[in-house]
Design a protein around this ligand. Structure first.
Ligand code: 13P
Length: 255
């Protein structure tokens, strides 16, 4: 399976002109590259324009609502995103969980509506603290506690035949935007834990087929550690995806 490299522009850049320039440069730099799947997720406001420029490049949205239409002021329907030509939708990013109080139940509803409409969800999960302690001061394995609970709740009621369409992005919150990426050994432990949890929730074949990405301070320097070093299925890139040549390097080094 080709590595999957996803750019999450978050709420950047602030003009359509800059967005077009960034996308145009990325596209040009990776045009000839083969053996890798690239998805760019711009803000909603730029989607129609970027999709018109995309050619073979896949485009994703950073969020959607869990209803198809109706009186939901300010929200965006998965049907609208599909109609525009989006293929992927990021669901449950930690910034949505933190700033918009998204719950696992809401994330679960979004996954279901995205799958129903045959779009490809990218489910983000990950713990907040690297070194967590319980009330008696003992270290606890925060990753397995948080990730285990998120997987069980976020995937609740989703069948084995559909769950394989979900890409899971392990994004420890402490590694996002901090310049402190997760050590590849720890990312490896998270991947093994996610596959074990999927085996328990479904079965081994499902666990092996679900794509698992790493996200959190990914750069062209460390991408190899995840994609080659520990065989992850790709990376979800934030800040570094706003620099076209740095993002193009990430894409090329992942092959
Ligand atoms: P950074 O690459 O800026 O750490 O962001 C990661 C992320 O949140 C991608 O969704």
């Amino acid at each position: 399976m080709n590595p999957l490299i996803i750019a999450n522009w978050k709420m950047n850049p602030v003009t359509l002109k800059e967005a077009e320039r960034l996308f145009g440069t990325v596209k040009k730099e990776i045009e000839e590259v083969e053996g890798v799947e690239v998805v760019v997720c711009p803000p909603f406001a730029y989607l129609p324009k970027i999709i018109s420029l995309a050619g073979d490049l896949a485009i994703g949205a950073q969020n959607c609502f869990y209803q198809e239409k109706g009186a939901y002021t300010g929200e965006v329907s998965p049907l609208m995103l599909k109609d525009l030509g989006c293929q992927y939708i990021i669901v449950g990013h930690s910034e949505r969980r933190k700033y918009f109080q998204e719950t696992d139940e809401g994330v679960n509803n979004k996954l279901k509506i995205v799958l129903k409409n045959l779009l490809k969800p990218i489910l983000c999960i990950g713990e907040e603290a690297r070194d967590a302690f319980n009330s008696s001061g003992r270290p606890v394995n925060e990753m397995s506690l948080v990730v285990g609970e998120q997987l069980a709740k976020d995937l609740n009621g989703i069948s084995a035949s559909r769950v394989v369409e979900i890409t899971i992005a392990y994004e420890p919150i402490w590694a996002i935007g901090t310049g402190l990426p997760c050590l590849s050994d720890d990312a490896m432990k998270a991947v093994l834990f996610i596959r074990k949890t999927l085996t328990n929730l479904y079965n081994r074949s499902v666990a092996e087929r679900v794509r698992i990405l790493y996200g959190g301070s990914v750069t062209s320097q460390n991408v190899i550690d995840y994609v080659k070093g520990i065989n992850m299925n790709g990376v979800l890139v934030g800040a570094a995806s706003l620099n076209a040549s740095e993002f193009a390097k990430i894409v090329k080094r992942a092959i």
